[in-house]
Structures are given as C-alpha cells and as structure tokens.
Design a protein around this ligand. Structure first.
Ligand SMILES: Cc1ncc(COP(=O)(O)O)c(C=O)c1O
Length: 382
C-alpha cells in the first residue's frame, strides 16, 4: 500500500555510519535510519549475536521461560532503575502497554473512566490508541472515532498541567524530548516538575523514550539527565539496532498492573530479538557510546551554531546529545533530496526542522563531512 512517499533509491549494504545504494554510491546515514541504528550498520557484535542465535533458536512461545528475555529484562532494569519489563515489537506497542497499565491503575484506584494527559505535537505511534494519544491531527485524520481517555495540554508548560483538575486523570504520557514534533527540548527541570506533580496527585509519570532512549541524548535514558525515575518508560527503535523489539519498563505499583492473561504478544521478547538487544547494550557499554553521544552532540551543535547563527533563515538550533534540530523560517523538505545528491541522509520533521540523529559511533571524519555538507545546503536555502 502506498503509505510512504519513498525516495527513488534503494540501499544494498551498510557498514558503520555508511550505506551504499544499488548504484554503488556511498551515503552518510546522519539519521541512523530514524534513531534505530545507533551502532551503525552491520555492527560486528550485533551481527555475531544474531547469526549465532539464528543457528540455535529463533523463537519459542512465551508459554515457556526464555533465558535471553530474562537476561535482557535484568540488564534493562539495572540500567533504568525500574523494576520489570514487558517485551513487544515496536514503539507503538510499547506505548499500548503503557496506556493499558495506566488504565488498569485507574481501575485499581476505583476510577472507572481513567484519562491520561498527553501533549500537543507529541508522537506515540500509529495504532488506534497511540494515534489518539499523538498530538498531530494529520496522524489522526480519517481514523475517527479516536480512542477516548486522553487530555491534551501544551508541551513544556507545567502550569497547563497543574491547572488540570479532572478526577479521571491517572497518568501523564510524555516524550523527554519531542522527536517527530520537531526536536523540542523542554526546560531543564520540566521532567522534575512533572515528577513532583505526579507524586502529589498520585498520577503515573510515563515517559516515551522510544526515540530518546538507548543513549541517544547523552544519557542511557533521557530522564537520567534529571535524576528522577518515571513509573513507566517505553523503548523500541535503537534497542535492537534494527531487529524489531520494544519494551515497556515499569516500577512500583505500575509494575504490578499487568498480570497473567492481561497482556501478551506472540513475538514479544523472542530469543533472536533479545540476543540482538543484549549485544546492543553490551556494545554501548564497551564502546562508551553514551558518553560519546553527549560529547559529540555538543560538538556538532556548537559547530553548526558557529556556522549558522546570524543566518536570517535559521530560527533555532537545538538538541540534546545526538538528537539535533535546526529550525528554519520556512518549510524545508526540499533539503532532503538535495542532501541525498551530496551523499548525506537527513530528515525534515514538523515541516521546517532539519533533524539529525547520527549513529552514536560517529567519528571525526564523518562528523566533519556532515557539517561541511549540511551547512552550505542550509545557507543556500535563503
Ligand atoms: C517518541 C516515539 N514514540 C513512538 C514511536 C512509534 O514507534 P514505532 O514506529 O516503532 O511503532 C515513535 C516513532 O517514531 C516515536 O518517535
């Protein structure tokens, strides 16, 4: 079905930060296949883990214990500070699990019609519940009736959340940095303030880290910049470096909401996907990639600012770690094919924001190439 406006090229092979198309042309993947391939392409550790596991056991049903799934849950709870994990296959599914946890929590507290606070410009996925939670009419249009039980407020506006006085509210679902919404970085204490409010009002703080997680923002999880713990945290994208896997992590009361028979998915947490994710986590630690994302992100943002500040068409250059947005004063989707011509893969989101999500393994030469290619293209945009 024609659900994507695909660009007219196909990739045949990848290695590290590079991709090659069928004509043999090389491209720098500065969006890591949309925040998925944090370790770049054909990472030796991940390749080895997948190949070995494929030869041993790809799938067993969740009717039985799965060693690799238990190990992955152990690693993720250690790294996140949360208590347990439910495994699925995508970001939307991880958020579905979070939404179901919030609803169960509501019923547990005697609230028959629980509601979740969500944000304008948010993105949580394309299933019916997650597109209903998403703050973008384009995503919802034509799929009404939407799923009920979401109350929307402005992002990064703590007063708007405080002003809500609705007994149905049981949780907040929010991205620590909005990705699809235009790489929007909230005030440094926004998550802390949400945490305090949730504690006061007995709401669950549920963080969608599908895009920000797994080292992307310069901490393993973005909330670790704030020294807080959420009640629920969702992951997908970079967790398997391209092997589909999602996870919903939870803590305390939230961790006890899903019980035997209340939620499931056939493929969730199968041995193959878990072996890939374990290899990803191991590589991130061994290669010190979280630290690298923090340092490299600062470097790239500083370099782009130095070259583009003062340009009348550049409204703002913002980011956290290797999640970087350059907002222009006009729609700029035309930059994508222009960059492609120069062998550079970028993305434009929210119409006018160039989004960069480079692999965490970037080194000096591709970083320089990224800046030297992108900056002149943006300068010519005026
Ligand atoms: C923050 C966020 N949540 C959820 C999703 C949905 O993930 P998936 O496409 O794996 O369903 C995305 C995808 O872009 C995302 O950025």
């Amino acid at each position: 079905m024609p659900t994507y406006a695909r660009l007219p090229l196909r990739f045949e092979r990848g290695e590290g930060v590079w991709l090659w198309d069928t004509e043999g042309k090389r491209y720098l993947d500065a969006i890591a296949s949309i925040a998925v391939c944090g370790l770049g392409h054909a990472h030796p550790g991940v390749r080895e883990a997948i190949c070995q596991q494929a030869g041993r056991l790809v799938h067993t049903s969740n009717l039985y214990r799965i060693d690799l799934q238990e190990r992955l849950a152990g690693e993720l709870t250690r790294l996140s500070g949360l208590d347990n994990a439910f495994f699925c296959n995508s970001g939307a599914e991880a958020n579905e699990a979070a939404i179901k946890i919030a609803r169960k929590y509501g019923h547990h507290r005697g609230i028959p019609n629980p509601a979740i606070i969500v944000m304008q410009r948010s993105f949580h996925g394309r299933t019916l519940a997650t597109l209903s939670a998403t703050g973008n009419r384009k995503v919802q249009q034509g799929f009404e009736p939407l799923v009920d039980g979401f109350i929307r407020v402005t992002y990064d506006d703590i007063a708007a959340v405080k002003a809500l006085d609705d007994p149905r509210i049981v949780a907040i679902l929010v991205e620590p940095v909005q990705g699809e919404g235009g790489v929007r970085v909230p005030a440094p204490d926004y998550l802390n303030q949400l945490r305090t409010l949730c504690d006061e009002r007995h709401w669950l703080l549920m963080l969608d880290e599908v895009q920000t997680g797994i080292g992307r923002t310069g901490r393993f999880l973005a909330y670790q910049h704030n020294g807080i713990l959420p009640d629920v945290c969702t992951l997908a994208k970079a967790l398997g470096n391209g092997v589909p896997i999602g996870a919903c992590l939870a803590r305390g009361t939230a961790a006890a909401m899903l019980t035997v028979g209340s939620h499931a998915t056939t493929f969730g947490g199968n041995p193959l996907a878990c072996s890939a994710a374990l290899a990803v986590l191991q590589a991130i630690e061994r290669q010190h990639l979280v630290q690298r994302a923090a340092e490299l992100g600062e470097e790239i943002i500083a370099a782009i600012r130095a070259r583009l500040s003062g340009n009348p068409h550049v409204l703002e250059i913002r980011g956290k770690g290797l999640m970087i947005g350059i907002e222009l004063d006009r729609p700029c989707a035309n930059l994508v094919p222009l960059a492609l011509g120069e062998g550079l893969l970028i993305n434009v989101t929210a119409d006018a924001t160039v989004r960069l999500l480079p692999p965490l393994i970037m080194e000096a030469e591709p970083t320089e190439r990224l800046i030297e290619t992108l900056v002149p293209l943006i300068m010519r945009q005026g």
